[in-house]
Write a protein that binds this ligand. Structure first.
Ligand code: GDP
Ligand code: IMO
Ligand code: MG
Length: 428
């Protein structure tokens, strides 16, 4: 049994894609178990950049099996577009890519529902606009949820859409009297067309994964989003709609959690967040401030939406919590090179809340919003790290910073990343 999960321990974009890519060689199957095309995972190989939103990063290696498991929500046009883009880039995609027949399907009315919910609302989450929330709502609500396997049965799909779409049109009109409506037959024809193209990939992935693991295959689970965006354990309601901690592995793939024997917690050497929600260590220090310098140096703009990411110092209180919830065994510290822009580097070690000192993370957004960070400050190194390949190549101040993170989180650091390319990596 040799199953690994790569999980983000902050609010997403920790560079999970790079770590999954580095670990693929030690595994036979790569599995996405949560989220959908809200994810944006980047892999850079020999200067060539690949971006994945719905597909597992493993598809770059055609000899591996890549699985989109039942916990993922699938927008068929995006699936087909991503497959086509990769094929155009020379990546072979055939029966190495499998999608669960139990994965739920995103329809255009989900995108519209999300747009109407988000626009001008004081309750807006700042979502990626990919229909993720409304699709998961329909999954849990049961009446309107459609699974991918249902798309393979034309008569059945038509009957279901004739029941669902009028209800959806009513809902959309209630949200906005001018909302666009949808025609069940047009949608049905469109989705039957997508299903025909996806048919070779659709299967019972739960059975396949359980059998593969029984046969000694090594599975690598690729979490999307970050643990602090988990719907149960994150900063609710400013979260995504799935379990982005390792908790999602079991329900989202059918593989019991006891099979996981390595959990790699991925952290940025600082913190970023896209969308709304509390962020105690956020740096709002103007266009010449350190927050903006981190954003420019780290190219901190959303992979999916292009939105500027909010940037701030590393928050050890938050990550102590998320590492515990996700059961991290080790840490991969990413984008350390970006902190070369700072003369001094702060780490948040506790919070102040209503004149009290908090050592534990309050994951309730309304409490976290009132927390002020208490920092300790370490000297920076102010030299380029992007050519470092061994621990000894790092300047003493950079080594000290990583050691301090390890100490505060009480976890060993196994990987340090000093640039986007897979070569720009220090194995500890
Ligand atoms: P993910 O969603 O967790 O896979 O992360 P993203 O791909 O959204 O964001 C991480 C970004 O940082 C990508 O553009 C990566 O190419 C880039 N990146 C990864 N590791 C490093 C690193 O060590 N240094 C720098 N400067 N960039 C990195
Ligand atoms: P990866 O896998 C960063 C954020 C959105 C928003 C909230 C809810 O690349 O780390 P959603 O569209 O999921 O309903 O939006 O979650 N979010 C992410 N932030 N990285 C991601 O994915 C994200 N996926 C969703 O910005 O705040
Ligand atoms: Mg990302």
């Amino acid at each position: 049994m040799a199953c690994t999960c790569v999980v983000g321990l902050q609010w997403g974009d920790e560079a999970k894609g790079k770590i999954v890519d580095l670990l693929t060689d030690q595994h036979d199957i790569v599995i996405r178990f949560n989220g959908g095309a809200n994810a944006g995972h980047t892999v850079v190989q020999a200067g060539k950049t690949f971006k994945f939103s719905l597909l597992p990063t493993g598809v770059l290696k055609p000899h591996l099996t890549s699985v989109i498991a039942n916990g993922v929500v699938v927008y068929p046009p995006r699936f087909l577009e991503e497959v086509n883009n990769l094929r155009a880039a020379g990546i072979s995609i055939a029966d190495n890519l499998l999608v669960s027949d139990h994965a739920h399907v995103i329809f255009p009315y989900h995108l519209e529902e999300e747009r109407l919910n988000e626009q001008g609302s004081s309750q807006a989450i700042g979502t990626t606009g990919r229909g993720i929330g409304p699709c998961y709502q329909d999954k849990v609500g049961r009446g309107c949820g459609v699974r991918l396997g249902e798309l393979l049965y034309p008569d059945h799909l038509r009957t279901r859409l004739h029941a669902i779409v009028p209800r959806k049109n009513q809902l959309l009109r209630a949200l906005d009297s001018g909302a666009r409506g949808f025609d069940p037959d047009t949608l049905c024809d469109e989705y039957l067309g997508h299903a025909e193209k996806m048919r070779p990939h659709i299967t019972d992935t739960t059975r396949l994964l359980l059998q593969a693991i029984k046969n000694g295959k090594r599975a690598l689970f690729e979490a999307a989003q970050g643990s602090l965006l988990d719907v149960d354990h994150g900063t609710y309601p400013y979260v995504t709609s799935s379990n982005s901690t390792t908790a999602g592995v079991w329900s989202g793939s059918g593989v019991p959690a006891r099979n996981l024997n390595r959990v790699v917690g991925v952290i940025k050497a600082y913190t970023t967040r896209v969308g709304r929600g509390p962020f105690p260590t956020e740096l709002n220090d103007g266009k010449d401030g350190i927050g903006e310098r981190i954003r420019q140096t780290g190219r901190e703009y959303g992979t999916v939406t292009g939105r500027p990411r909010r940037c701030g110092w590393f928050d050890a209180v938050a990550v102590r919590y998320s590492a515990a919830v996700s059961g991290a065994d080790e840490l991969a510290v990413m984008l350390l090179d970006v902190l070369s822009v700072a003369k001094e580097i702060s780490i948040c070690t506790s919070y102040e809340w209503r004149n009290r000192r908090l050592e534990d993370f309050p994951s309730d957004a309304f409490i976290l919003d009132e927390c002020r960070p208490i920092y300790e400050t370490l000297p920076g190194w102010e030299t380029d790290l992007t050519h470092c390949r061994r621990l000894a190549d790092l300047p003493p101040a950079a080594r000290r910073y990583v050691e301090r993170l390890s100490q505060l989180l009480d976890l060993p650091v196994s990987i340090i990343s000093v640039g986007p390319d897979r070569e720009q990596t220090v194995f500890c």
